[in-house]
Design a protein around this ligand. Structure first.
Ligand SMILES: [Zn+2]
Length: 209
C-alpha cells in the first residue's frame, strides 16, 4: 500500500513541499527480492519533494536519502551504504484511466477522448501546455496516475535502486579477504624447499640470536 501520497487538491494553491519518512517496513518491502535490506539500526530514510500542478500534470522534484545494507564487494561482509537519489518526475493522467469516479459510464465521446489522450501520451515531447515549466526531458521520469492522488512509492524505490553503488564497501579502506590468505604462499614456499637444503636451515637458526 502506498505510503507517500500526494493529493491533487492540495496542490491547487500552488507548489507544496512534502517530507516522507521511509519506515523500516517500507524499506523492507521496497527491497524485497533483492540481496539488500534495511540496516539493523539505521536512521529512517527521508524523501523530500516539492509537487506542483502543470496543467493536468503534476511535477515532482526532490531527493531521497536512505541507508541500505548490502554485501561488501571486497570482504563479502555486511556493508551499510548511504544512498542518495534525485527525484524528478512528471505525472500525467493515465490515458486508459476510467474517466474518473465522478463521471457516468463511458460514452462513445469519452472513448474518443481517451483515444486522443493515448495518442498524445505517446508523443515524446512535452505538450505546449507544459512549456511554461522548464523541463529537460532527458532526466525527467514520466509516470502516469489515476484518480485524484499520486503515489510516489514506486518512484522512490526505483530511484533508490538506480543509485545503489555497484561495488559497495563496508568501509573505504576495506582490505578485502586477500590479507587473510597472504601467509599461505610463504608456508607453501617453505614446504617446497629442496629437502637437501634443509640441514642448512637448521644450521642458520642458532646464529640468529
Ligand atoms: Zn569489506
Amino acid at each position: 500500500m502506498a505510503e507517500f501520497v500526494i493529493k491533487l487538491r492540495d496542490l491547487e494553491a500552488g507548489e507544496k513541499p512534502y517530507r516522507f519518512e521511509l519506515s523500516r517496513s517500507w524499506l523492507e518491502r521496497a527491497l524485497a527480492g533483492t540481496d539488500m535490506s534495511p540496516p539493523d539500526d539505521a536512521n529512517p530514510g527521508i524523501a523530500t519533494v516539492k509537487a506542483m500542478l502543470s496543467g493536468r500534470d503534476v511535477l515532482v522534484r526532490g531527493e531521497v536519502d536512505a541507508e541500505i545494507a548490502m554485501t561488501c564487494a571486497r570482504c563479502l561482509g555486511p556493508a551499510v551504504v548511504p544512498v542518495h537519489a534525485p527525484i524528478t518526475a512528471l505525472f500525467t493522467p493515465a490515458p486508459s484511466a476510467p474517466a474518473a469516479a465522478t463521471s457516468p459510464a463511458p460514452t462513445a465521446d469519452a472513448a474518443a477522448r481517451e483515444g486522443t489522450a493515448q495518442r498524445r501520451a505517446r508523443k515524446p515531447k512535452p505538450e505546449p501546455d507544459d512549456a511554461d515549466v522548464e523541463l529537460s526531458g532527458d532526466d525527467l521520469d514520466r509516470e502516469h496516475f489515476t484518480g485524484e492522488t499520486i503515489a510516489l512509492d514506486d518512484l522512490v524505490r526505483d530511484q533508490l535502486l538506480i543509485e545503489v553503488p555497484f561495488n559497495p564497501l563496508c568501509r573505504e579502506d576495506c582490505p578485502g579477504i586477500a590479507p587473510e590468505r597472504a601467509p599461505a604462499p610463504l608456508e607453501s614456499k617453505a614446504d617446497v624447499i629442496d629437502p637437501r637444503f634443509a640441514p642448512l636451515l637448521a644450521i642458520k637458526l642458532p646464529n640468529k640470536e
